[in-house]
Design a protein around this ligand. Structure first.
Ligand code: PLP
Length: 467
């Protein structure tokens, strides 16, 4: 006969069990619905993805790979992980004879460090795009005084840059520096680069020194999958990505490795990459996330996703054109992908202030360094991404309106700065009192509420969470 439950909180809803956290999630849903989400690394994932992500799969341990686990009871988990691997290859149009993939990385950061662990010995040399040029921390970030990322702590990093005038990657200088530095690995990919990559040129440079070439397509993977950006798979040895940006899945990472004849450069990458993920850098895979990634990858293979990716790019173009019409300067002069890098320095504003005023206006974006910035603490611009709002069905004409809001935000910021002076705390105090800011926020919120919300219904949000 079943005995009385040991713990009576096991089958109560979140709302009953923890009203405090429940309410905070409600508030966050309301914020997402009420704001214009322009952070280039974010997106709104689907209800199906969230269902898988919040499923009972979170209960299971499954260290190892399908068919070779360190725990029992993995018959269904094996099928799920294999499905995810198959779908990942299919999403990027890859043959399993030429490429393999590890779907276990918890995030982009662990996918990248696993790739470095696989390819390099401690203190081997790497070259990645400098953070201030739009690169990512995990590509070897260090400052003059401190090695910041593990990728710089455990390996020797010599970054390359974009040209400060054109905003484009300076491949010539990269080649000269690579000739002198002879890196074991060149990393391409970025967090804030509005242009496509010349993988063929990078391969040539890498081949001069027998270097590996890795591409981190975290930002653009959704576009790459459907041919809206060049494919790095033709030229690279390993490719990593996050799954939650343009790919529109849950938060996780993927590590793709090239297969080849034993004894060739890529002949042992499968073994090295799998070992680097587990046991070198991770423990048990997050099976709930892997299932959610599998769902997202199924969606990527559907025809609607190509339309989505095309629209993401058209929308970014609409933002770029509208801002340029107002006379603003954009890094590299425009965009070929999902983001615009807006250089605010010529109008006498910085990224910190623009981010603050946008927050006050229900516009969510983030400050970003612009090549040539003299202080890391005062980035010269902001990054504007279109992936998330495109998931809310905004088209070009809607993004023209979004860009008009951004223009109004910048002009208001200048007006407030004129009165408050340059100090950020005075600026924030002044904008909080400003009636024009309050009036524009109402307009922005009303505009945001016109568009549907993927993944959850705004009707489900409690009244108390809306204030
Ligand atoms: N790689 C790139 C290019 C990124 O932009 C990011 C995050 O923004 C990452 C890696 C790290 O991903 P995560 O935050 O999932 O660790």
């Amino acid at each position: 006969m079943p005995s009385a439950p040991i713990n009576n909180c096991m089958n109560t809803t979140l709302e009953q069990e923890d009203p405090e956290i429940y309410e905070l999630i409600q508030k966050e849903k309301w914020r997402q619905y009420s704001c214009l989400e322009l952070i280039a690394s974010e997106n709104f994932t689907s209800q199906a993805v969230m269902e898988a992500n919040g499923s009972a799969l979170t209960n299971k341990y499954s260290e190892g790979l399908p068919g070779a686990r360190f725990y029992g009871g993995n018959e269904h988990i094996d099928v799920i992980e294999n499905l995810c691997r198959t779908r990942a290859l299919k999403a990027f149009n890859l043959k399993d004879t030429e490429w393999g993939v590890n779907v276990q990385p918890y995030s982009g950061t662990t996918a990248n460090f696993s790739a470095l662990t696989a390819l390099l010995a401690p203190h081997d040399r790497i070259m990645g795009l400098e953070l201030a040029s739009g690169g990512h921390l995990t590509h070897g970030h260090q400052t003059a005084k401190k090695k910041i990322s593990s990728s710089a702590i455990y390996f020797e990093s010599f970054p390359y840059q974009v040209d400060a005038i054109t905003g484009l990657i300076d491949y010539d200088k990269l080649e000269v520096n690579a000739d002198a530095y002879r890196p074991k690995l060149i990393i391409c990919g970025a967090s804030a680069y509005p242009r496509d990559w010349d993988y063929a040129r990078l391969r040539k440079i890498a081949d001069k020194h027998g270097s590996y070439l890795m591409s981190d397509i975290a930002h653009i993977s959704g576009l790459v999958a459907v041919g809206e950006q060049s494919s790095p798979f033709i030229h690279c040895d390993v490719v990593t990505t996050t799954t939650h940006k343009t790919l529109r899945g849950p938060r996780a990472g993927l590590l793709f490795f090239k297969r080849g004849e034993k004894g060739t450069r890529v002949g042992d990458l499968e073994e090295k990459c799998n070992f680097a993920v587990f046991p070198s850098n991770q423990g048990g895979p997050h099976n709930n996330t892997i299932a959610a990634v599998a769902v997202a990858l199924k969606q990527v293979a559907e025809p609607g996703f190509k339309q989505y990716a095309i629209q993401v790019r058209k929308n970014a173009h609409a933002v770029a054109e509208t801002l340029a019409k107002h006379g603003y300067k954009l890094a590299s002069g425009g965009t070929e992908n999902h983001l615009v890098l807006w250089d605010l320095r010529p109008i006498g504003l910085n990224g910190n202030k623009m981010e603050k005023i946008c927050d006050a206006l229900n516009i969510t974006l983030n400050k970003n360094a612009i090549a040539g910035d003299t202080s890391a603490f005062v980035p010269g611009g902001v990054r504007v991404g279109t992936a998330a709002l495109t998931s809310r069905s905004l088209k070009e004409y809607d993004f023209i309106q979004v860009a008009e809001f951004l223009h109004q935000a910048a002009q208001l910021a200048l007006k407030i700065q004129n009165k408050s002076g340059k100090l950020i705390k005075d600026f924030v105090f002044a904008l909080e009192q400003d009636n024009e800011v309050k009036a524009l926020k109402v307009k922005v919120q009303a505009f945001a509420h016109q568009f549907p919300m993927p993944g959850f219904s705004p009707d489900s949000i409690s009244e108390s969470a809306k204030h």
